[in-house]
Design a binder for this molecule. Sequence first.
Ligand code: ADP
Length: 315
Amino acid sequence: MSSAVAASDGHNNVYDRSTKTNRENVDTESSEIIGNDKHRYRKGKFLGKGGFARVYEITDVETGRVLACKEIRKASVAEPRTWAKVVSEINIHKKLRHTNIVQYEHFFEDNECVYIVLELCSNKTLLELLKTRKRLQDFEVKYYMLQMLAALQYLQAKNIIHRDLKLGNLFLSGDMKIKIGDFGLAAKCDDGERRQTLCGTPNYIAPEILDKRGHGYEVDTWSMGVILYTLLVGYPPFESSNVKKTCKLIKSNSYSIPSEMNLSESATDLITSILNSDPEQRPTLEAILVHPFFITGPTTDTLPISALTVAPKYT
Ligand code: ADP
């Protein structure tokens, strides 16, 4: 099992697992050292928990560089299909290098866990940001969306569909830049090929996935539409009390833009054009970039960290 990852990474872990482990438990958790013969890290604070992973802040003992480490217990991914997902996540993520994608560094393993070392995104995700801020202003939404679009253009050029774009997978770096993360459901999609796997979180999932029509890059565009709506309105367009109802609402394209939110005409038009049930009718990323929502009105290239908690003023 472990050799599947080692063979696919290029950084072979030459640790002799039969005689020793590369985890050195010292007295306290804060002084725990993890790593392999090439890299040694001091394990720091717990950052969060995902489906299979626990994520920690780690510090490179030699360079002092602070990173994030996704720790996946091998026992929790022992089932071959689950293990294949971990291998696929690593294989896709390791080939990506873009300023708006969480940078993959490398992975290593010991008897119990696989560790994926990633760029640290110290300002959490857009999910936490929106929980605190409730709704964002147009110029902030443009700022975040333009960075997501840049990352998506890069992914499309590499024939990769993310398939799980949602607020919780849109990380924020220390300087408030968007970093798309979590490639656990991503797929490499060669031209013309339509993927059939049912995956993704219901609120952001495209109707063609629910209808098992086969799907392509347009599913990520759909999720961008859901994200755009959510950031401006404060909750997702197809939100309901349960998963089944949400799926029904998505399939019938039943959503409305509440008038009391006073969305701009251009924002309303962009949401409506992206949330089209027919994937072929959705705008391309290039068309989205020249939509009036992006080319008119205030924009910004930077946001202060205070924008995590209070609405920034446009100056
Ligand atoms: P899973 O793939 O198991 O769902 P995630 O990638 O969603 O795991 O990570 C779980 C949580 O860990 C995230 O919600 C976030 O709080 C934290 N996290 C993940 N990656 C990073 C990172 N690169 N920097 C900072 N925190 C992270």
